[in-house]
Design a protein around this ligand. Sequence first.
Ligand SMILES: [Zn+2]
Length: 132
Amino acid sequence: MPVLIPKPGVTFAQIAPAGGAILAAAGIVAMRMNRDLTITSATDSHPAEDPHTLGAALDFSVGGMSEAEILMLVTHFQDALGPKFTVLYEVPTKPNGVLASICYVNPKATGAHVHVQHTKQFAYTLQEAMAK
Ligand SMILES: [Zn+2]
């Protein structure tokens, strides 16, 4: 059965409701793609108020994936999570080919990955959920 594999160094200091939804979706995506997915960042490696640090965003490796598989990864996450979540193919520099049209260029990204978080309009951090 396909599983989620946190890369060494990835930490889960807290998991917000959005983070739980993303983990559940990742399990579905891994099964639909019939391959393990590597989590490359959870609450580690980001500034204090970042959705990552709040447990509401996760990064997934695209290492070893073809263009078609990366498109499939993004599409499956979008299908599983719906419009309240943002799924980005984040890259340090713009790629060629079909992925150029769906990429989000972030020069600070250490490598190409898929970033998943709740949309800005959708209150879904742990703090926000507990304040309700
Ligand atoms: Zn990220």
